[in-house]
Design a protein. Structure first.
Length: 93
């Protein structure tokens, strides 16, 4: 389900249409968790999708890998644990 915030992002040309497909196909190395418990899914071509812990899409954007890695280094997101990834997979079945 898309949030009220994500609907206009799609109209702006952001890659929201690929969000759920990217989430369903994501490997653990492509999923991160922010301090607010939102999931960050890294798709191909720099696509990045932010999901609420419930699976609701917040937004999608294109972010360079080096900018993503900077966020990881700063602790703004962390690699997902095995337990968190199992929960993530249940949400996006």
């Amino acid at each position: 389900m898309r949030s009220d915030h994500s609907r206009p992002r799609g109209e702006e040309g952001r890659p929201v249409q690929t969000a759920f497909n990217d989430a369903q196909r994501a490997r653990p190395s492509e999923v991160f968790v922010q301090p607010d418990e939102r999931y960050v899914v890294r798709g191909s071509s720099g696509r990045e999708h932010i999901f609420e812990p419930t699976g609701e899409l917040v937004t999608s954007l294109i972010r360079a890998k080096k900018l993503h890695l900077r966020k990881v280094k700063r602790g703004e997101r962390k690699p997902i644990t095995n337990q968190q990834f199992e929960k993530f997979q249940e949400i996006f079945k």
